[in-house]
Design a protein around this ligand. Structure first.
Ligand code: SF4
Length: 267
């Protein structure tokens, strides 16, 4: 498969140019650092979500997109030492960055190195990873994700709704996605809902989501419901109003009674 279009990144897109970004403070999480192990300002993903704040996915990953473990360690050590010297009490460290983190072929090694630095500089900080779940089933990935404190896996839709909103480009199969989820010791489900382009809130879309989650007997720690708040990859993607978010939330909790659902608003 080839991807040859080269779409312009808009000024509002949030690609980062280093392995550590932040800290930023939020009411919900406290002081938070982001971790990126892809090349500066380079998006690396196997999805092309219409709402992605990193801009469109315009090509396949290349070898030079992956930061080496040695460079990663150097950048993390340097940044963590600098931030620790300021006295900022880091509460959360989230692996996300310039794309889908598990596409890096050395993901387990990078997680080991990050956890070693966390233990040294910010031992009370909780570590998270945000993933689209396409590669959790691959040998060694789930085991390394399970060493983190929390895992958040995207599930924005199923069937044609999933294709419309997340636009998987390569490497995704439902069978292996479920296989990967079952290898995780626990996980949160993240659901992004949008209107307009990629709209995934039609009654039929939510019904399919509920039915699929029931059928797979998924048991996440929580559901985190989002709507778009940053510059989306494509024009025509619109956020939901609070009343619409509440309606979607009602529908999703029917799928997973007893599982907490949090609507996450931008701060
Ligand atoms: S999976 Fe994440 S990084 Fe990839 S296109 Fe979707 S939102 Fe962007």
């Amino acid at each position: 498969m080839t991807l040859q279009v080269s779409l312009p990144k808009k000024p509002g897109h949030d690609l980062v140019d280093s392995c550590v970004y932040g800290p930023v403070r939020s009411r919900r999480l406290g002081w938070s650092l982001g971790i990126n192990w892809f090349a500066p300002m380079t998006k690396v993903c196997n999805f092309d979500c219409v709402y992605c704040q990193l801009g469109p996915t315009d090509r396949l990953p290349r070898r030079e997109d992956f930061v080496s473990p040695a460079v990663f360690t150097h950048e993390v050590e340097t940044a963590f030492a600098r931030i620790a010297s300021t006295g900022i009490p880091v509460d959360v460290i989230t692996i996300s960055g310039n794309g889908e983190p598990t596409l890096h072929p050395q993901t387990p090694d990078l997680i080991d190195r990050l956890l070693a630095a966390r233990d040294r500089y910010f031992p009370t900080a909780r570590t998270w990873i945000l993933t689209n779940g396409a590669r959790i089933h691959v040998d060694g990935i789930a085991q390394s994700l399970n060493r983190l404190d929390e895992r958040a896996v995207k599930l924005d839709g199923v069937g044609s709704w999933f294709v419309a909103v997340d636009k998987p480009l390569f490497g995704f199969r439902w069978e292996t996605f479920v296989e990967g989820l079952r290898k995780l010791r626990d996980y949160h489900l993240q659901v992004m809902v949008v209107k307009g382009l990629g709209e995934n809130i039609a009654p039929a879309a939510l019904a399919e989501w509920v039915e699929w989650v029931h059928r797979q007997e998924l048991r996440p720690k929580s559901i985190q419901l989002y709507t778009v708040d940053r510059c989306p990859a494509y024009d025509g993607v619109r956020p939901l109003a609070p009343s619409e978010m509440a309606q979607v939330a009602d529908r999703l909790v029917q799928a997973l009674p007893g599982v907490p659902l949090e609507i996450v608003w931008p701060e």
